[in-house]
Design a protein around this ligand. Structure first.
Ligand SMILES: *Cc1c(COP(=O)(O)O)cnc(C)c1O
Length: 836
């Protein structure tokens, strides 16, 4: 029995025609009290602030519900083309503040709560982050959904409802300790389970030839072990426009709670164990950023998402279009967030052929015109490959289809370049070797009509390097879509003081039209405005200093320069280079070289993948250096260093408004785009950065005077690599030599002799892929300029204003408008407001 058969249409007119809910203070108070007392069942003896949060969440949620169904009706009635964002990660963070802001009731909710003696900020602290992502890629998906709703685009997100999100990070003796993040423990008021839209997903089994009624033959997938995908929908409100889009997250469930056959045979434990096997699929997010671990469970997750989502879209399409799939490809577009969901290519082929009876050519026409692929990395260790044998065992029918796609594709290549067998070998979807593997990126490229990178340099490097052969074959498929961030969360919500200051000058419209924010340049000559700007920054620094005091026990004086690097810990992001600069500053203080000194507070934060040895050792080094520096009375307030534990979206909402200097110091050519860089810029921080990813475009927008550039370019990195000689660089640079001496001497590893040897060796290794030593001198010089600039408050404030003013390009509204016009070809659908 499939779960769906239990449900039938039970619509009765009048059931859903309700008057709109009040949006004023008395209405909010009344509903808040209703939920607190009648829904949650709390009374005057309740001691937990959690129920205040839950009561407000339900009050807000029901206001989203009415807009949500209005949006569904509007999309249904318009028969519009639809987009789908398929992603294994959505790093949403908290929902409450964003919902209040986008409904336009933050102030009213705050007033209503105050009348009940409750502070909104305290209540909001109760919400656990939805940490269903690792870092930039997952946060991008979340920002994209916000912009799609704000631009009123019919785009739905599809993802996985992990029971455990990104682990919580604690620091014990300077080392990272991971703790599971059971974020659903207290329930999730922002989701609606919709079992009536469940889908069945196949695994394992075998394929066989069969004969149809008309005598034709086909292949089918049989003896499968199935799992049910149950949708949990999350509302995605647009910015004050009546639109509420949907993020549909799939949870895995067993086909039946009890398998009766096994139950009767007396195998009760085995039948319950089978339930576990199904549920395991959506149990935990893999915590690897920028690398793949190749576990079979991960491939199961990927296929589970692709299959459930495609079946869901097809089912809705057929209900609307009475069994006709002919125009499916023109009216539906799937954006693949990296190769993670790229099983969607062979799975759509399978569904169209095996389940809906289309021929190969017809199915391929639809598939290859509805899939679009976004690449996120050039790092080889992050490129997904799955062993052919694993596919054979787990997804045998998919493997057949992939091999057929490959055979036809290689035929096309052979026709274009006759006799070029080397090229065939290079481009094959199957990498030959002792363990043949499927190259998922190539599968995604062959199956898609669009392939994009995420910043100008990245897209250019893809076409010239990694995907060069494919670019030569299909140049028209390749394009760039520079990333962005949503100004609602990353300015409006996280920095209300700066938002108010800007609004006073240019009105409130800039939050949904960020290009207008450059109008504040007209006021940068106004000393009063600059003084206000500085005051707001100091207030935000005080808020960040409070967080650092609470989480790290380190005092950050707000008169110091706040120098911040928060992002995943990875060697390519070069937190190590940052630490070398800190050690150099410490060395200068100890030498008495402190003329014209600028006091600095250096904050570093981020999670390391649990199996990434070097990244975890770098965290230990940061903490050891911090403890030496902070406890040396000779250093005093000249230098403070802290490692912020458990960096996540909610932490970034306090960190970026309070930052003066944004560290974006990856080895050129390694960071695809970066988005942390954009959040800092929007909040008036100035970047010290390499010419990498979107840093290049940030510098173009603000001009060289408002950006501290340093280091080798991507081309120079490639040129230097064959004769890179870090030992000679260290020997020839007295400052770097002293820093390495301090490291080697054990100054930061007292009683832990030799623990940092792997780091010392990596810096001195001629094959160091990240070339830390190569950029040291240039980095130190750029940091000197930073210190000098910060001492001139007027100059620094002007630079800060220019950075915010020029951040318009980095709104995801701009990014999504480009996706919509150049890839998705979607039309906005306005949602009519509900009338009382
Ligand atoms: C923005 C963001 C990122 C991405 O930061 P990068 O500096 O671009 O790597 C990662 N994690 C969180 C929580 C973020 O908010």
């Amino acid at each position: 029995m499939t779960e769906k058969k239990k449900y039938k249409t039970i619509y009765s007119p009048g059931l859903t025609d309700l008057p709109p809910l009040p949006m004023d203070v008395p209405g909010l108070i009344q509903d808040f009290r209703h939920h607190y007392a009648h829904h949650l069942g709390r009374d005057k003896y309740s001691r937990s602030p959690r129920y205040h949060y839950q009561a407000l969440a339900y009050t807000v949620r029901e206001r989203l519900m009415e807009r949500w169904s209005a949006t569904r009706y509007a999309y249904h009635d318009s028969e519009c083309k639809s987009g789908y964002y398929l992603s294994l990660e959505f790093l949403m963070g908290r929902a409450l503040g964003n919902a209040l802001l986008n409904l336009g009731i933050t102030d009213r909710a705050s007033t209503a709560l105050l009348q009940l003696g409750i502070k909104l900020e305290d209540l909001a602290e109760q919400e656990i982050d939805a940490g269903l992502g690792n870092g930039g890629l997952g946060r991008l998906a979340a920002c994209f959904l916000d912009s799609c709703a704000t631009l009123q685009l019919p785009v739905m997100g599809y993802g996985i409802r992990y029971e455990y999100g990104m682990f919580r990070q604690r620091i014990v003796d300077g080392r990272q300790v991971e703790e599971p993040d059971h974020w659903l423990r207290d329930g999730n008021p922002w989701e609606v389970e919709r079992p009536e839209y469940s889908q069945r997903v196949h695994f394992q089994g075998r394929t066989e030839l069969f004969v149809r009624a008309d005598g034709s033959t086909g292949r089918r997938w049989v003896d499968t072990r199935d799992v049910i995908a149950v949708p949990h929908d999350i509302p995605i409100p647009g910015y004050q426009n009546g639109t509420v889009n949907t993020l549909r997250l799939w949870k895995a469930a067993p086909t039946d709670i009890f398998d009766l056959g096994e139950f009767n045979a007396g195998s009760y434990p085995e039948s319950v164990a089978a339930k576990n096997e199904a549920e395991n699929i959506t149990m935990v997010l893999y915590p690897n950023d920028a690398s793949e671990n190749g576990k079979a469970l991960r491939l199961r997750q990927q296929y589970f998402l692709a299959s459930a989502s495609l079946q869901d879209v097809i089912e809705r399409w057929l209900a609307l279009n009475r069994r006709d799939l002919a125009s499916f490809g023109e009216k539906n577009c799937f954006q693949l967030n990296d190769t993670h969901p790229s099983c969607a290519v062979p799975e759509l082929m399978r569904l169209l052929m095996d389940e809906h009876g289309l021929g190969w050519d017809e199915a391929w026409e639809i598939t290859s015109h509805s899939m679009a692929y976004t690449n996120h990395t050039l790092l080889p260790e992050a490129l997904e490959k799955w062993p052919v044998g694993l596919f054979q065992q787990l997804l045998p029918r998919l493997l057949e289809i992939i091999l057929e796609i490959n055979a036809r594709f290689l035929g096309e290549v052979a026709q274009r370049w006759p006799g070029d067998n080397e090229r065939l070998r290079r481009m094959s979807l199957v990498e030959e070797g002792p363990v043949p593997q499927i190259r998922m990126a190539y599968l995604a490229i062959v199956g898609s009509f669009s392939v994009n990178g995420v910043a100008a340099l990245h897209s250019q490097l893809l076409a010239q390097g990694l995907f060069r052969d494919f670019y030569e074959l299909w140049p028209h498929k390749f394009n760039n879509k520079t990333n962005g961030v949503t100004p609602r969360r990353w300015l409006g919500w996280c920095n209300p003081e700066l938002t108010r200051l800007i609004s006073e000058k240019i009105g409130e419209g800039f939050i949904a039209h960020l290009e207008r924010i450059q109008e504040i340049l007209n006021f940068s000559g106004d000393a009063d405005f600059r003084a206000h700007w500085h005051e707001v920054k100091q207030m935000n620094k005080a808020r960040l200093a409070e967080l650092v005091q609470e989480k790290c026990g380190v005092e950050f004086p707000i008169v110091s320069l706040f120098d911040v690097q928060v992002k995943r810990i990875h060697e390519y992001k070069r937190q190590l280079l940052n630490v070398l600069h800190v050690i150099h500053l410490y060395d200068r203080i100890k030498r008495g070289d402190t003329a014209d000194w600028t006091d600095r507070c250096v904050l570093i934060g981020g999670k390391a993948a649990p199996g990434y040895y070097m990244a975890k050792l770098i965290i230990k080094l940061i903490n050891n250096v911090a403890s030496v520096v902070n406890n040396d009375p000779e250093v005093g307030s000249r230098l403070k260093v802290a490692f912020l534990p458990n960096y996540r979206v909610t932490a970034m909402e306090v960190v970026c408004p309070g930052t003066d200097l944004s560290e974006q110091i990856s080895t050129a050519g390694k960071e695809a785009s970066g988005t942390g860089n954009m959040k800092f810029m929007m909040n008036g921080a100035i970047t010290i950065g390499t010419l990498d990813g979107a840093n290049i475009e940030i510098r173009e927008e603000v001009g060289d005077d408002n950006f501290f550039m340093f280091g080798l370019t991507a081309d120079q990195v490639d040129e230097l690599r064959p004769h890179y000689n870090p030992a000679a660089i260290i020997a020839g640079d007295p400052d770097l030599f002293r820093v390495m001496q301090l490291l080697r001497s054990g100054h930061f590893s007292m009683f832990e002799s030799g623990i940092f040897d792997p780091i010392i060796d990596a810096i001195g290794n001629p094959s160091d892929p990240w070339m830390v030593a190569a950029d040291f001198r240039s980095f130190i010089q750029a940091q000197r300029k930073v210190s000098a600039a910060y001492r001139d408050r007027e100059r620094w404030t002007r630079m800060s204003i220019v950075n915010t003013a020029r951040s318009g390009k980095f709104s995801t509204d701009r990014t999504i408008t480009e996706y919509r016009n150049e890839i998705w070809k979607l039309t906005p659908v306005p949602v009519p407001p509900k009338r009382p």
